[in-house]
Design a protein around this ligand. Structure first.
Ligand SMILES: CCCC/C=C/CC(=O)SCCNC(=O)CCNC(=O)[C@H](O)C(C)(C)COP(=O)(O)OP(=O)(O)OC[C@H]1O[C@@H](n2cnc3c(N)ncnc32)[C@H](O)[C@@H]1OP(=O)(O)O
Length: 296
């Protein structure tokens, strides 16, 4: 289902998104600051600075479910059409978990049509973020595996909280799955080929010190300074004339984007056939059960 159709489905009677204030509501924050809210995404916009902070709030772990992907997509589209916004900082509404990555329940025990719809939504969000004309920063205030790491890698810079519990990386192989080519390319563009090959084969989750050393993040700062640092770095990016920064960004990312655009359908088919395998379903069920057992 395309984004528009998924949005309609979310707005059907009984949907939890129905009635949510996706538009901007004038209220608190700094002078002129505005807040907008959907169920899973909170937007705090500061038109004077030209920046919006987009906060994930999909408890318990900010996983990227189909609904979360859709709401984030809507929210980003609105911001892209808002002339007062030139930069976005992505962060978690509550510190602890930036995002646990793709929602594993979307990839387990469903039918091929669902897997295809889910994967298309993952592609759409990546394309929207990676091609965004806005300056994007990630204020990583929690642990950041797999799809969570991918989100942060679509940004122009990453600030990570200095907490050894907060690890970051594409750990797919540790689950018995693998990072598709465009996840890999996004990481290669950030830390280079050799470091990516090692990180992906071993499914490494880097501590803040390791992430800084390998170049996966640009700065590691005390936990209570992640957002303020991300905002102050944003002002450097916004000091550059938009058209010059945007042309440069497009030039740097075009080849990677074109690869996915060219192979989009095949990538969906590959995902569906891989994830539908009995052996892969078993591996994911076992992983999910392990996560759940911790709590019961
Ligand atoms: C070609 C195929 C390519 C496919 C690409 C996939 C990319 C991905 O993103 S796969 C997802 C990878 N993610 C992970 O490996 C992270 C898994 N989660 C964790 O390690 C931990 O949950 C955490 C470190 C993020 C948080 O730990 P914490 O102790 O605070 O919380 P938990 O008790 O573990 O979890 C609470 C609750 O949430 C459920 N859950 C956790 N992660 C996910 C998830 N990614 N998808 C769906 N559900 C998740 C977990 O099962 C718990 O559920 P219960 O409350 O029912 O016990």
């Amino acid at each position: 289902m395309a984004l528009v159709a998924r949005v309609r489905a979310l707005l059907l009677p009984g949907s939890r998104l129905r009635g949510a204030t996706l538009g901007r509501a004038a209220n608190g924050g700094g002078a002129g600051a505005r807040r907008a809210l959907s169920h899973r995404v909170l937007v705090e916009a500061d038109p004077a600075a030209g920046v919006a902070v987009v906060k994930f709030r999909n408890p318990p772990v900010n996983s990227l479910s189909l609904e979360m992907l859709t709401e984030l997509g809507i929210c980003l589209e609105k911001l892209e059409n808002d002339k007062t916004v030139r930069g976005i900082v992505l962060t978690a509404d509550r510190p602890g978990i930036f995002s646990a990555g793709l929602d594993l329940t979307e990839m387990c025990g469903r039918n091929p049509a669902h897997y295809a719809e889910f994967w298309k939504a993952v592609q759409e969000l990546w394309l929207r973020l990676y091609q965004s004309n806005m300056a994007l920063g990630a204020a990583i205030n929690g642990t950041c595996p797999a799809g969570g790491c991918l989100l942060s890698l679509t940004c122009d810079y990453r600030i990570l909280a200095d907490n050894p519990k907060y690890t970051i990386g594409l750990n797919e192989t540790q689950l018995g799955i693998f990072a598709p080519f465009w996840f890999k390319d996004t990481m290669v563009n950030t830390i280079g080929h050799r470091a990516t090959e090692r990180a992906l084969q071993l499914g490494l989750l880097f501590t803040p010190a390791e992430a800084l050393q390998v170049g996966l993040v640009d700065q590691v700062v005390p936990e209570d300074q992640v957002q303020s640092t991300a905002l102050s770095v944003m002002s450097q990016w916004l000091a550059i004339p938009d058209h010059a920064r945007q042309l440069t960004k497009t030039m740097m990312r075009k080849a990677t984007v074109d690869q996915l655009l060219k192979h989009r359908e095949a990538d969906i088919q590959n995902f569906v056939s891989f994830i539908s395998r009995d052996s892969i379903q078993k591996v994911l069920q076992v992983y999910l059960q392990k996560l759940r057992k911790k709590n019961h």
